[in-house]
Design a protein around this ligand. Structure first.
Ligand SMILES: Nc1ncnc2c1ncn2[C@@H]1O[C@H](COP(=O)(O)OP(=O)(O)OP(=O)(O)O)[C@@H](O)[C@H]1O
Ligand SMILES: [Mg+2]
Length: 369
């Protein structure tokens, strides 16, 4: 039975006219639109002109190397499915051609059915490739639209609600019943959490899309950590937690983005304060060896169960348990990990349930800058 295939353009480059004629007849019967060329260079020009779905190339032609055609076309027009026509003796060169970008090979002599089968496979391969590419583009478009949606459709009304609540408080200053004032305060807290979640979410999407703006400069990590300690100190005091540090003198500089690293340290120290009960202690240390500069944040909090540790850097993951009383989006560590990776560094956690947790961030030393 002969299947009819519409709109599939096939180009065959082979120096033997009899092969070209035979292939044309066999493929046209199946409904393919076939163009042939008995000259390598003319064939390459035809390829550029008609952009076939499938291109057959004879590897052995007198004045032209089929291998060069394969190599160049696969680089220049990667959407074209390349199939090499080879003699029985040249399976090795067929393998070589496939390494250079050919999809399949057809050994001489071949029957019309073999030719049609390999063509059909090539067309199907191309269809799947085009479909996969379309889906990839669609996914990228959806992600981009999603970020726009989150930032415009969710962030803006949230800011407006926050402003309304502010106005409500101003208008009714001192006249609200305590239980009403408390409800308003709860609303404010929830809105603030939602706001933080959206900001985190947007930042993570921006990092993934490569649109997160970072300014790489030579910076002193000690200064960034000290800024973060200053920021976190009042919160620790309020919670009755001791915040101590042991920072090594003369730490080498690193290249990085000050603001995003500040947020990483504040996230990690913030977590330590969130998940450590009053009376606990947080210690921030720095150190360096020949390869790395490391920053560790240890707490005497409730710790993370061993079986949960592998998941804590996953988006939205939160350990369920006693600390569930604490609010959070489960995005802080995801953000921190991505920022560390963007600095060619890494972040690791070690923990003992009931005793405490240590987060260690390692930055590679940059000798040759
Ligand atoms: N120092 C810590 N001690 C105990 N558990 C921790 C500590 N740091 C993180 N965790 C656990 O890891 C989870 C993920 O942390 P992550 O910072 O990503 O989210 P979060 O703190 O819940 O929310 P947010 O996005 O507001 O930071 C936390 O919910 C908590 O269960
Ligand atoms: Mg957190």
């Amino acid at each position: 039975m002969i299947e009819t295939v519409h709109d599939s353009r096939i180009l065959i480059i082979d120096d033997e006219e009899s092969i070209l004629d035979g292939c044309r007849q066999a493929l046209e019967k199946s409904g393919y639109s076939v163009t042939t060329s008995s000259d390598g260079l003319a064939g390459v020009n035809l390829t550029r002109e008609i952009k076939p779905e499938v291109l057959f190339v004879d590897l052995k032609m007198p004045n032209c190397s089929g291998m060069d055609i394969i190599e160049n076309i696969s680089r220049e027009m990667p959407d074209i499915v390349l199939i090499v026509i080879t003699g029985y003796a040249s399976i090795v060169s067929a393998v070589e051609a496939m390494k250079k970008g050919a999809y399949d090979y057809l050994p001489k002599p071949f029957t019309p059915d073999q030719l049609r089968a390999v063509t059909k496979r090539g067309i199907e391969h191309r269809r799947l490739k085009v479909e996969a590419e379309f889906l990839r583009e669609e996914k990228a478009r959806m992600e981009k639209n999603f970020i726009t949606f989150v930032s415009h459709e969710m962030r803006s009304p949230l800011v407006t609600i926050q402003q309304y609540i502010e106005s409500l408080k101003l208008i009714s200053e001192g006249t609200l019943r305590p239980e009403v004032a408390e409800i308003i305060q709860r609303c404010e807290k929830r809105i603030q959490s939602l706001h933080e979640l959206i900001e985190h979410w947007l930042d993570i999407s921006r990092i993934e899309n490569g649109t997160f703006s970072e300014a790489r400069i030579a910076l002193d990590l000690t200064e960034v950590i000290e800024r973060s300690l200053d920021e976190m100190f009042p919160l620790c005091q309020r919670r009755g937690i001791v915040l101590a540090s042991d920072l090594k003198d003369g730490l080498p500089m690193i290249y990085g983005d000050q603001e995003s690293l500040l947020r990483v340290f504040s996230n990690i120290i913030g977590n330590a304060t969130k998940y450590t009960p009053p009376g606990g202690r947080i210690l921030v240390c720095t150190d360096c060896d020949d390869y790395y500069i490391s920053v560790s944040v240890s707490d005497t909090g409730q710790g993370i169960p061993q079986d949960k540790l592998p998941f804590i850097f996953e988006p939205f993951y939160r350990v369920r348990g006693k600390q569930e009383r604490q609010r959070g989006s489960g995005l802080g560590l995801t953000f921190s990990k991505k920022i560390m990776e963007a600095h060619n560094g890494r972040i690791e956690a070690a923990s003992k349930e009931g005793e405490g947790t240590t987060f260690t961030m390692k930055f590679p030393r940059a000798y040759d800058r």
